[in-house]
Design a protein around this ligand. Structure first.
Ligand code: MN
Length: 235
């Protein structure tokens, strides 16, 4: 068999550690859900209740795996003065499907992790007002810190549990997974109408209320019941 000859040195796929294992989860696509908790939808100036979910993406190489007790060092990004945290449950996809039903969607789930959908809010809002794509507000270097993935075989399907973010020891975001407007199975059902979900995909499932700006030196600690916490410092 001929081997592929690359003009540049090829890189390994971005990957996330798997809790309790030496194996890693290779990352293909990173999908994100917008406004999936009612209180956050309100603080963003809308009322998402009952509307179908909407989606955006981040580049796979925007993920930054962080394994406790390490603290991820996330550089304050260029071109923003309003860098926001959004703490989210991340679903890792282990099987492929188009148009999965909510009843069968959990069969696609490999596992779950705590993640941060870091956002250049000023750029996102500016693009939104101009009716341009938001990409520069959401997809950039180090925009998606993520803790190790826990296999669904160990956790069971996650439908409830506290989700909290502390900044410098003060509670900034708090909610419960059961407060999602569209739960994980319904989110995957909607998403798979537009994309074939594939092994290696990650889905950030939206953030509870309390998003706010961070500055250099801030220490963020995100927790979801039953999962390894995620700690980062803005440097
Ligand atoms: Mn988000």
């Amino acid at each position: 068999m001929p081997t592929t000859t690359y003009a540049l040195p090829p890189w390994d796929p971005p990957s996330v550690p798997i809790a309790g294992s030496d194996e890693r989860f290779p990352v293909r696509h990173v999908f994100c859900v917008g406004r999936n908790y009612a209180e956050h939808a309100k603080e963003m100036g809308g009322d998402a209740t009952k509307e179908p979910p909407f989606f955006f993406t981040k580049a796979a190489d925007s993920i930054v795996p962080v394994v406790a007790p390490d603290v991820g060092r996330i550089p304050y990004p260029k071109a923003t003065a309003n860098f926001h945290h959004e703490l989210e449950l991340v679903v890792a996809i282990g099987r492929s499907a188009w148009e999965v039903s909510p009843e069968r969607a959990n069969e696609l789930v490999f596992g779950y992790a705590v993640g941060l959908d870091m956002t250049r809010r000023d750029l996102q809002n500016d693009m939104r007002e101009k009716k341009r794509p938001w990409d520069i507000g959401k997809s950039f270097a180090s925009a998606a810190p993520i803790a190790p993935i826990h296999r669904i075989a160990q956790t069971g399907p996650l439908a409830r549990g506290a989700i909290t973010l502390d900044v410098n020891g003060a509670r900034r975001q708090t909610g419960d997974l059961s407060q999602m407007i569209w739960d994980v199975p319904h989110t995957l059902a909607f998403l798979s109408k537009y994309y074939e979900l594939l092994p290696g995909d990650l889905v950030f499932t939206g953030t509870p209320a309390g998003v706010a700006a961070v500055v250099k030196g801030d220490r963020l600690e995100g927790r979801i019941d039953g999962l390894t916490p995620l700690a980062i410092e803005i440097v």
